[in-house]
Ligand binder design. Structure first.
Ligand SMILES: CC1=C(CCC(=O)O)c2cc3nc(cc4[nH]c(cc5[nH]c(cc1n2)c(C)c5CCC(=O)O)c(CCC(=O)O)c4C)C(CCC(=O)O)=C3C
Ligand SMILES: [Fe+2]
Length: 352
Protein backbone atom coordinates (compact mmCIF):
# COMPACT_ATOMS: atom_id res chain seq x y z
CA UNK A 1 0.00 0.00 0.00
CA UNK A 2 1.36 3.39 -0.99
CA UNK A 3 -0.34 5.41 1.74
CA UNK A 4 0.39 5.37 5.45
CA UNK A 5 -2.51 7.34 6.96
CA UNK A 6 -5.96 8.85 6.41
CA UNK A 7 -6.61 12.46 7.43
CA UNK A 8 -10.24 13.26 8.27
CA UNK A 9 -10.62 16.96 7.40
CA UNK A 10 -13.68 18.86 8.57
CA UNK A 11 -15.13 22.27 9.33
CA UNK A 12 -14.80 22.28 13.12
CA UNK A 13 -17.11 23.76 15.72
CA UNK A 14 -16.98 25.19 19.24
CA UNK A 15 -16.99 22.89 22.28
CA UNK A 16 -17.94 25.44 24.94
CA UNK A 17 -19.25 29.00 25.36
CA UNK A 18 -15.79 30.59 25.32
CA UNK A 19 -14.99 28.94 22.00
CA UNK A 20 -17.94 30.47 20.14
CA UNK A 21 -16.62 33.93 19.20
CA UNK A 22 -13.06 32.85 18.38
CA UNK A 23 -14.49 30.03 16.24
CA UNK A 24 -16.81 32.44 14.40
CA UNK A 25 -13.91 34.83 13.86
CA UNK A 26 -11.92 32.00 12.29
CA UNK A 27 -14.82 31.10 10.00
CA UNK A 28 -15.54 34.63 8.82
CA UNK A 29 -12.12 36.33 8.77
CA UNK A 30 -11.91 38.50 5.65
CA UNK A 31 -15.28 37.28 4.33
CA UNK A 32 -17.46 40.35 4.80
CA UNK A 33 -19.96 38.78 7.19
CA UNK A 34 -21.62 41.70 9.05
CA UNK A 35 -21.34 41.79 12.88
CA UNK A 36 -25.15 41.56 13.22
CA UNK A 37 -25.13 38.20 11.45
CA UNK A 38 -22.24 37.01 13.59
CA UNK A 39 -24.06 37.95 16.80
CA UNK A 40 -27.16 36.14 15.59
CA UNK A 41 -25.21 32.96 14.78
CA UNK A 42 -23.41 33.14 18.13
CA UNK A 43 -26.89 33.00 19.74
CA UNK A 44 -27.66 29.77 17.87
CA UNK A 45 -24.56 28.20 19.41
CA UNK A 46 -25.37 29.56 22.87
CA UNK A 47 -28.75 27.76 22.73
CA UNK A 48 -26.64 24.61 22.95
CA UNK A 49 -24.29 25.95 25.66
CA UNK A 50 -21.76 26.87 23.02
CA UNK A 51 -21.26 23.29 21.93
CA UNK A 52 -21.65 22.26 18.32
CA UNK A 53 -22.18 18.53 17.87
CA UNK A 54 -19.89 18.53 14.83
CA UNK A 55 -16.65 17.45 16.54
CA UNK A 56 -18.36 14.64 18.43
CA UNK A 57 -20.07 13.47 15.24
CA UNK A 58 -16.77 13.50 13.40
CA UNK A 59 -15.15 11.47 16.16
CA UNK A 60 -18.00 8.95 15.98
CA UNK A 61 -17.67 8.76 12.22
CA UNK A 62 -13.92 8.23 12.52
CA UNK A 63 -14.47 5.40 15.01
CA UNK A 64 -16.88 3.77 12.54
CA UNK A 65 -14.36 4.18 9.71
CA UNK A 66 -11.60 2.69 11.88
CA UNK A 67 -13.80 -0.35 12.53
CA UNK A 68 -14.64 -0.65 8.84
CA UNK A 69 -10.98 -0.38 7.83
CA UNK A 70 -10.05 -3.08 10.34
CA UNK A 71 -12.88 -5.32 9.14
CA UNK A 72 -11.73 -4.98 5.55
CA UNK A 73 -8.13 -5.57 6.54
CA UNK A 74 -6.91 -2.11 5.52
CA UNK A 75 -4.17 -0.87 7.84
CA UNK A 76 -4.38 2.89 7.93
CA UNK A 77 -4.32 5.07 11.05
CA UNK A 78 -6.89 7.89 10.97
CA UNK A 79 -6.08 11.45 12.03
CA UNK A 80 -8.59 14.26 12.64
CA UNK A 81 -8.08 17.94 11.78
CA UNK A 82 -10.36 20.94 11.20
CA UNK A 83 -10.36 24.18 9.27
CA UNK A 84 -11.84 26.39 11.96
CA UNK A 85 -11.50 24.78 15.37
CA UNK A 86 -9.43 22.38 17.43
CA UNK A 87 -8.05 19.96 16.57
CA UNK A 88 -6.75 22.41 13.93
CA UNK A 89 -5.50 20.74 10.78
CA UNK A 90 -2.10 22.47 11.07
CA UNK A 91 -1.53 20.81 14.45
CA UNK A 92 -2.75 17.45 13.18
CA UNK A 93 -0.45 17.48 10.15
CA UNK A 94 2.42 18.42 12.45
CA UNK A 95 1.62 15.36 14.55
CA UNK A 96 1.40 13.19 11.44
CA UNK A 97 4.86 14.36 10.38
CA UNK A 98 6.22 13.64 13.86
CA UNK A 99 4.71 10.14 13.66
CA UNK A 100 6.62 9.61 10.42
CA UNK A 101 3.64 9.79 8.04
CA UNK A 102 4.92 10.36 4.49
CA UNK A 103 1.88 10.06 2.25
CA UNK A 104 -1.70 10.31 3.45
CA UNK A 105 -5.15 10.31 1.91
CA UNK A 106 -7.53 13.09 2.95
CA UNK A 107 -11.28 12.68 3.39
CA UNK A 108 -12.99 16.10 3.48
CA UNK A 109 -16.48 16.00 5.00
CA UNK A 110 -18.35 17.43 2.04
CA UNK A 111 -19.82 15.53 -0.90
CA UNK A 112 -19.72 18.45 -3.33
CA UNK A 113 -17.64 20.76 -5.47
CA UNK A 114 -17.58 24.51 -5.03
CA UNK A 115 -15.31 26.90 -3.18
CA UNK A 116 -16.59 26.36 0.39
CA UNK A 117 -17.31 22.66 -0.08
CA UNK A 118 -14.17 21.65 -1.92
CA UNK A 119 -11.45 24.11 -2.85
CA UNK A 120 -11.34 25.70 0.60
CA UNK A 121 -10.36 22.26 1.95
CA UNK A 122 -7.46 22.33 -0.53
CA UNK A 123 -6.46 25.68 0.95
CA UNK A 124 -6.54 24.05 4.39
CA UNK A 125 -4.22 21.33 3.11
CA UNK A 126 -1.84 23.94 1.63
CA UNK A 127 -1.82 25.94 4.87
CA UNK A 128 -1.24 22.90 7.01
CA UNK A 129 1.64 21.63 4.86
CA UNK A 130 3.21 25.09 4.80
CA UNK A 131 2.98 25.25 8.61
CA UNK A 132 4.85 21.95 8.89
CA UNK A 133 7.47 22.68 6.23
CA UNK A 134 9.84 20.16 4.65
CA UNK A 135 8.70 17.21 6.74
CA UNK A 136 5.04 17.67 5.73
CA UNK A 137 3.46 14.48 4.36
CA UNK A 138 2.09 14.33 0.82
CA UNK A 139 -1.67 14.82 1.12
CA UNK A 140 -3.94 13.36 -1.54
CA UNK A 141 -7.59 14.37 -1.26
CA UNK A 142 -10.38 11.89 -2.04
CA UNK A 143 -12.99 12.78 -4.63
CA UNK A 144 -16.47 14.28 -4.33
CA UNK A 145 -19.13 11.65 -3.61
CA UNK A 146 -22.52 13.37 -4.14
CA UNK A 147 -23.59 10.65 -6.58
CA UNK A 148 -22.02 7.62 -4.89
CA UNK A 149 -24.61 4.84 -4.53
CA UNK A 150 -23.94 4.49 -0.78
CA UNK A 151 -24.50 8.23 -0.21
CA UNK A 152 -27.70 8.15 -2.25
CA UNK A 153 -29.00 4.96 -0.58
CA UNK A 154 -28.33 6.22 2.96
CA UNK A 155 -30.21 9.44 2.19
CA UNK A 156 -33.07 7.59 0.50
CA UNK A 157 -33.59 5.28 3.49
CA UNK A 158 -33.45 8.24 5.87
CA UNK A 159 -36.12 10.03 3.81
CA UNK A 160 -38.29 6.89 3.94
CA UNK A 161 -38.09 6.98 7.74
CA UNK A 162 -38.97 10.68 7.77
CA UNK A 163 -42.07 10.03 5.64
CA UNK A 164 -43.25 7.60 8.29
CA UNK A 165 -43.04 10.37 10.88
CA UNK A 166 -45.35 12.77 9.04
CA UNK A 167 -47.86 10.05 8.25
CA UNK A 168 -50.33 9.98 5.42
CA UNK A 169 -50.67 13.62 4.47
CA UNK A 170 -50.19 15.62 1.33
CA UNK A 171 -46.42 15.76 1.75
CA UNK A 172 -43.71 17.52 -0.24
CA UNK A 173 -40.13 16.27 -0.27
CA UNK A 174 -37.72 19.19 0.01
CA UNK A 175 -33.96 18.83 -0.33
CA UNK A 176 -31.81 21.44 1.40
CA UNK A 177 -28.17 22.43 1.09
CA UNK A 178 -26.08 25.30 2.45
CA UNK A 179 -26.62 28.45 0.41
CA UNK A 180 -23.61 30.18 -1.12
CA UNK A 181 -23.31 33.51 -2.96
CA UNK A 182 -24.71 33.12 -6.50
CA UNK A 183 -21.32 34.36 -7.79
CA UNK A 184 -19.54 31.56 -5.89
CA UNK A 185 -21.93 29.00 -7.38
CA UNK A 186 -21.44 30.46 -10.88
CA UNK A 187 -17.65 30.17 -10.42
CA UNK A 188 -17.75 26.58 -9.18
CA UNK A 189 -16.16 23.90 -11.33
CA UNK A 190 -13.67 24.67 -14.10
CA UNK A 191 -14.86 27.55 -16.36
CA UNK A 192 -15.09 25.32 -19.46
CA UNK A 193 -17.75 23.25 -17.68
CA UNK A 194 -19.99 26.33 -17.54
CA UNK A 195 -19.94 26.91 -13.78
CA UNK A 196 -22.58 26.06 -11.16
CA UNK A 197 -20.93 22.76 -10.29
CA UNK A 198 -22.11 23.05 -6.69
CA UNK A 199 -25.81 23.64 -7.38
CA UNK A 200 -25.79 21.13 -10.26
CA UNK A 201 -24.35 18.44 -8.05
CA UNK A 202 -26.85 19.24 -5.29
CA UNK A 203 -29.67 19.03 -7.85
CA UNK A 204 -28.31 15.73 -9.16
CA UNK A 205 -27.92 14.14 -5.72
CA UNK A 206 -31.50 15.21 -4.96
CA UNK A 207 -32.76 13.77 -8.24
CA UNK A 208 -31.01 10.46 -7.54
CA UNK A 209 -32.52 10.18 -4.05
CA UNK A 210 -36.00 11.10 -5.30
CA UNK A 211 -35.67 8.63 -8.17
CA UNK A 212 -34.72 5.86 -5.78
CA UNK A 213 -37.84 6.64 -3.75
CA UNK A 214 -40.10 6.94 -6.77
CA UNK A 215 -40.99 10.51 -5.78
CA UNK A 216 -41.70 12.68 -8.80
CA UNK A 217 -42.44 16.06 -7.24
CA UNK A 218 -39.79 17.52 -5.00
CA UNK A 219 -37.93 20.80 -4.51
CA UNK A 220 -34.32 21.82 -3.98
CA UNK A 221 -33.85 24.82 -1.70
CA UNK A 222 -31.17 26.45 0.48
CA UNK A 223 -30.44 27.24 4.09
CA UNK A 224 -28.16 29.19 6.43
CA UNK A 225 -27.59 32.21 4.20
CA UNK A 226 -24.79 34.37 5.56
CA UNK A 227 -22.85 37.37 4.26
CA UNK A 228 -23.94 40.89 3.48
CA UNK A 229 -27.65 41.37 2.62
CA UNK A 230 -26.54 43.22 -0.55
CA UNK A 231 -24.90 40.14 -2.02
CA UNK A 232 -27.23 37.67 -3.76
CA UNK A 233 -27.14 34.08 -2.45
CA UNK A 234 -28.85 30.95 -3.76
CA UNK A 235 -32.59 31.01 -3.03
CA UNK A 236 -35.27 30.22 -1.96
CA UNK A 237 -34.52 29.81 1.72
CA UNK A 238 -36.11 26.74 3.34
CA UNK A 239 -38.18 28.80 5.79
CA UNK A 240 -39.65 31.02 3.04
CA UNK A 241 -40.23 27.94 0.95
CA UNK A 242 -42.28 26.26 3.66
CA UNK A 243 -44.50 29.32 3.69
CA UNK A 244 -44.87 29.20 -0.09
CA UNK A 245 -45.75 25.49 0.05
CA UNK A 246 -48.38 26.23 2.67
CA UNK A 247 -49.86 28.81 0.29
CA UNK A 248 -50.03 26.08 -2.37
CA UNK A 249 -51.98 23.79 -0.06
CA UNK A 250 -49.20 21.35 0.82
CA UNK A 251 -49.87 19.89 4.28
CA UNK A 252 -46.54 18.43 5.33
CA UNK A 253 -42.87 18.71 4.50
CA UNK A 254 -40.18 16.06 4.58
CA UNK A 255 -36.89 17.88 4.60
CA UNK A 256 -33.70 16.11 3.50
CA UNK A 257 -30.43 17.94 4.31
CA UNK A 258 -28.71 16.53 1.24
CA UNK A 259 -25.99 19.19 1.47
CA UNK A 260 -24.52 17.88 4.73
CA UNK A 261 -23.09 14.66 6.05
CA UNK A 262 -23.84 15.11 9.77
CA UNK A 263 -26.39 16.62 12.16
CA UNK A 264 -24.23 19.61 13.06
CA UNK A 265 -25.43 22.97 14.25
CA UNK A 266 -26.73 24.29 10.95
CA UNK A 267 -28.95 21.21 10.75
CA UNK A 268 -30.17 21.12 14.34
CA UNK A 269 -30.76 24.88 14.49
CA UNK A 270 -31.73 26.06 11.02
CA UNK A 271 -33.83 22.99 10.21
CA UNK A 272 -34.93 21.30 13.45
CA UNK A 273 -35.65 24.65 15.01
CA UNK A 274 -36.35 27.44 12.52
CA UNK A 275 -37.85 25.40 9.69
CA UNK A 276 -39.75 23.07 12.04
CA UNK A 277 -41.13 26.06 13.93
CA UNK A 278 -42.37 27.70 10.73
CA UNK A 279 -44.13 24.49 9.74
CA UNK A 280 -45.71 24.17 13.16
CA UNK A 281 -46.87 27.78 13.10
CA UNK A 282 -48.62 27.04 9.80
CA UNK A 283 -50.12 23.78 11.08
CA UNK A 284 -48.04 21.70 8.68
CA UNK A 285 -46.42 18.36 9.36
CA UNK A 286 -42.64 18.40 9.37
CA UNK A 287 -39.92 15.79 9.54
CA UNK A 288 -36.23 16.03 8.81
CA UNK A 289 -34.32 13.02 7.51
CA UNK A 290 -31.18 11.84 9.26
CA UNK A 291 -27.81 12.69 7.70
CA UNK A 292 -25.54 9.88 6.41
CA UNK A 293 -23.15 10.10 9.37
CA UNK A 294 -25.50 7.95 11.44
CA UNK A 295 -25.69 5.23 8.76
CA UNK A 296 -23.18 2.36 8.57
CA UNK A 297 -23.00 2.91 4.81
CA UNK A 298 -21.18 6.18 5.38
CA UNK A 299 -18.12 4.41 6.81
CA UNK A 300 -18.34 1.89 3.97
CA UNK A 301 -18.38 4.77 1.49
CA UNK A 302 -15.25 6.32 2.98
CA UNK A 303 -13.40 3.00 2.90
CA UNK A 304 -14.51 2.46 -0.70
CA UNK A 305 -13.08 5.87 -1.66
CA UNK A 306 -9.85 4.93 0.11
CA UNK A 307 -9.65 1.64 -1.80
CA UNK A 308 -10.14 3.46 -5.11
CA UNK A 309 -6.78 5.06 -4.37
CA UNK A 310 -4.94 2.27 -2.60
CA UNK A 311 -5.88 -0.62 -4.86
CA UNK A 312 -7.75 0.81 -7.83
CA UNK A 313 -11.20 -0.31 -6.62
CA UNK A 314 -14.02 0.45 -9.08
CA UNK A 315 -15.22 4.06 -9.08
CA UNK A 316 -18.93 3.81 -8.40
CA UNK A 317 -21.08 6.80 -9.31
CA UNK A 318 -24.69 7.08 -10.39
CA UNK A 319 -24.59 10.23 -12.50
CA UNK A 320 -22.73 11.42 -15.56
CA UNK A 321 -21.81 14.75 -13.97
CA UNK A 322 -18.13 15.44 -13.51
CA UNK A 323 -16.72 14.44 -10.15
CA UNK A 324 -13.75 16.53 -9.08
CA UNK A 325 -12.05 17.20 -5.82
CA UNK A 326 -9.29 14.61 -6.11
CA UNK A 327 -6.22 16.74 -5.61
CA UNK A 328 -2.62 16.49 -4.47
CA UNK A 329 -1.13 18.73 -1.81
CA UNK A 330 -3.85 21.36 -2.10
CA UNK A 331 -3.49 22.13 -5.79
CA UNK A 332 -6.90 22.87 -7.36
CA UNK A 333 -8.35 19.93 -9.32
CA UNK A 334 -8.36 21.87 -12.60
CA UNK A 335 -7.16 25.27 -13.76
CA UNK A 336 -9.33 28.01 -12.24
CA UNK A 337 -11.63 25.38 -10.67
CA UNK A 338 -13.92 26.85 -7.97
CA UNK A 339 -11.91 30.04 -7.69
CA UNK A 340 -12.70 32.06 -4.58
CA UNK A 341 -14.85 35.12 -5.28
CA UNK A 342 -13.01 38.41 -5.62
CA UNK A 343 -14.70 40.06 -2.77
CA UNK A 344 -15.81 43.61 -3.53
CA UNK A 345 -16.63 42.76 -7.17
CA UNK A 346 -20.26 41.87 -6.43
CA UNK A 347 -23.18 44.28 -6.65
CA UNK A 348 -22.82 47.31 -4.42
CA UNK A 349 -21.29 45.44 -1.51
CA UNK A 350 -18.46 47.54 -0.14
CA UNK A 351 -17.57 45.09 2.49
CA UNK A 352 -18.53 41.76 1.10
C1 LIG B 1 -21.19 25.24 1.18
C2 LIG B 1 -21.04 25.29 2.69
C3 LIG B 1 -21.04 24.21 3.55
C4 LIG B 1 -21.19 22.74 3.17
C5 LIG B 1 -19.86 22.11 2.87
C6 LIG B 1 -19.08 21.71 4.10
O1 LIG B 1 -19.67 21.04 4.98
O2 LIG B 1 -17.92 22.05 4.20
C7 LIG B 1 -20.87 24.72 4.87
C8 LIG B 1 -20.79 23.95 6.03
C9 LIG B 1 -20.78 24.42 7.34
N1 LIG B 1 -20.91 25.71 7.75
C10 LIG B 1 -20.82 25.75 9.12
C11 LIG B 1 -20.85 26.91 9.91
C12 LIG B 1 -20.78 28.21 9.43
N2 LIG B 1 -20.74 28.62 8.12
C13 LIG B 1 -20.64 29.98 8.04
C14 LIG B 1 -20.54 30.76 6.90
C15 LIG B 1 -20.56 30.30 5.58
N3 LIG B 1 -20.76 29.01 5.17
C16 LIG B 1 -20.69 28.93 3.78
C17 LIG B 1 -20.84 27.79 2.98
C18 LIG B 1 -20.89 26.49 3.47
N4 LIG B 1 -20.80 26.10 4.80
C19 LIG B 1 -20.43 30.28 3.31
C20 LIG B 1 -20.26 30.65 1.86
C21 LIG B 1 -20.36 31.11 4.42
C22 LIG B 1 -20.08 32.61 4.45
C23 LIG B 1 -18.69 32.91 4.89
C24 LIG B 1 -17.69 32.40 3.90
O3 LIG B 1 -17.63 32.95 2.78
O4 LIG B 1 -16.97 31.45 4.23
C25 LIG B 1 -20.60 30.48 9.38
C26 LIG B 1 -20.41 31.96 9.75
C27 LIG B 1 -21.60 32.55 10.37
C28 LIG B 1 -22.82 32.61 9.45
O5 LIG B 1 -23.47 31.59 9.28
O6 LIG B 1 -23.11 33.69 8.96
C29 LIG B 1 -20.70 29.38 10.24
C30 LIG B 1 -20.72 29.40 11.75
C31 LIG B 1 -20.62 24.41 9.61
C32 LIG B 1 -20.39 24.00 11.08
C33 LIG B 1 -21.66 23.88 11.85
C34 LIG B 1 -21.37 23.57 13.30
O7 LIG B 1 -20.65 24.30 13.97
O8 LIG B 1 -21.87 22.53 13.76
C35 LIG B 1 -20.60 23.59 8.50
C36 LIG B 1 -20.40 22.10 8.46
FE1 LIG C 1 -21.19 27.37 6.47
Amino acid sequence: MNYDALLWLSFGGPEGPDDVMPFLENVTRGRGVPPERLAEVAEHYHHFDGVSPINRLNREAIAAVERELAEQGVELPVYFGNRNWHPMVEDTVKRMAADGVKRALVFATSAYGGYSACRQYDEDILRARAAVGEKAPQLVKLRQFFDHPLFVEANADAVRAAYEQVGDRDTRLVFVAHSVPTAADAASGPPEEGGHRYSRQVAEASRLVAEQLGVETYDVVWQSRSGSPHVPWLEPDIVDHIEALHGDGVRAVVCCPIGFVSDHLEVIWDLDNEAAEKAEELGMGFARSATPNSDPRFAQLVVELVREQTEGAAVRKLSTLTTGGDTANGAPCATRCCEPARRPATAGAQNA
